[in-house]
Design a protein around this ligand. Structure first.
Ligand code: URA
Length: 205
């Protein structure tokens, strides 16, 4: 597919990929030597949900979307009736990129090159889970799946067909919602929920 880099042979199981990413040093983020976070969920889920990268909590626990953004995401999924058994949750980038600010580790966005490099692993997960539907949360995930940078606001709300027959949907990242306040937050959470409802309707078809 467009923008994909071929690194040769990949493990043939999700657990093999989970092991292999721990040792991956193909990009500068992996070279930090932090805990890599693999995807998690139903083996042949109809829906794959792709975030950007693990956050501080995810890196510590070794599981995707278990911090504040994850809680917001999961509550919205529940509201639209998408249960954990229907979804496989993962990230465009498997290691946590941050700057050290005293006690806190502050999130840094991955570069396009880092996203394109780590796509090797996302493509591996896609080939094994074979989801019918993929939901990209935010611009990094959208880039990973489309092989180019797009505007989330322009591309949300419509289906994007992918080469393997899967259908890609794009929406905002829950961390973005967490940074908004008052009316802005209410409006954007409603739009997020509407995007999830569209995906829920496609799962049901
Ligand atoms: N944000 C992400 O993009 N992914 C996670 O796993 C957690 C927070």
């Amino acid at each position: 597919e467009k923008g994909a880099i071929d690194f040769g042979e990949r493990p043939h199981s999700l657990s093999g990929i989970a092991d292999a990413i721990q040792a991956c040093r193909r990009c500068p983020i992996g070279c930090n030597g932090t805990n890599a976070v693999a995807g998690e969920g139903a083996d042949h889920a109809a829906l794959m949900i792709v975030g950007e990268q693990p956050g501080d909590t995810e890196e510590q626990q070794g599981r995707p979307f278990v911090g504040p953004a994850g809680r917001l995401l999961r509550s919205h999924l529940e509201q639209v009736g998408i249960s954990d058994s229907k979804a496989y949750v993962t990230n465009a980038v498997k290691h946590f990129k941050f700057t050290d600010r005293g006690k806190r580790r502050l999130h840094q966005s991955p570069t396009a090159k880092e996203i394109d490099t780590c796509r090797w692993w996302l493509d591996g997960e896609r080939a094994l889970v074979r989801p019918r539907l993929i939901l990209a949360l935010g611009a990094s995930a959208a880039r990973s799946l489309l092989g180019k940078t797009v505007s989330v606001q322009k591309e949300r709300g419509v289906a994007h067909p992918l080469d393997d027959g899967a259908e890609l949907w794009i929406t905002t990242h829950p961390s973005y919602l967490l940074r908004l306040q008052d009316d802005g937050r209410t409006t954007e959470e409603r739009r997020f929920s509407e995007d999830l409802q569209r995906v829920a309707a496609r799962i049901a078809e």
